[in-house]
Design a protein around this ligand. Structure first.
Ligand code: URA
Length: 166
């Protein structure tokens, strides 16, 4: 038995976990690492991260006070989560790690960025219906989740910029 972290490393994938204080009261969960994140070894430091920084400033949240992580802790082939299966891994392989990250910190709130984070945290598949509402996590019962559109989706469709903030 090899855990997912060892498995990813044995596949030559760079593993990049969450960043932020152990006692963060808000956890932000993205989707997977992009190219820039893989190079720099930190979540949300590329274009989507830049957009996220702006949105956080707008709502007066200090990035350094948040714990920022991703459902998938590696960069999928060509940034396509559908291609994880070529590597013999799947999104669900990463869920026990995400559960552990959240359980350890007992946050007041988890912000789910994008449909994959929403699905992983709440089993809901309807971002546009659920965004901005307070849901209970199914992954970690008792924990509150607020979903919002993924900043990378906002980059592709800038009229959604306001949706990210609310
Ligand atoms: N960068 C990340 O770290 N996660 C995403 O989901 C997108 C960009």
């Amino acid at each position: 038995f090899m855990d997912i972290k060892e498995k990813c490393k044995s596949l030559g994938l760079k593993w990049i976990g969450g960043v932020g204080p152990e006692d963060a009261k808000v956890i932000v969960v993205g989707e997977a690492l992009g190219r820039e994140e893989e190079v720099r070894g930190e979540p949300f430091v590329g274009g989507a991260g830049h957009l996220l920084d702006g949105a956080l400033r707008q709502v007066s949240l200090e990035r350094s006070s948040l714990y920022i992580t991703n459902v998938v802790k590696v960069r999928p082939p060509n940034n396509d989560l559908g291609r994880l299966k070529e590597l013999g891994i799947s999104i669900s392989d990463f869920l026990p790690i995400l559960r552990e990250e959240i359980e350890m910190r007992k946050p007041n709130l988890v912000v789910a960025l994008g449909g994959h984070a929403l699905q992983a945290l709440t089993s809901s598949s309807s971002m546009m219906k659920m965004r901005g509402s307070i849901l209970e996590s199914t992954l970690v019962p008792g924990v509150k989740v607020v979903p919002s559109v993924h900043p990378a989706a906002v980059l592709r469709n800038y009229k959604w910029r306001a949706l990210l903030v609310i």
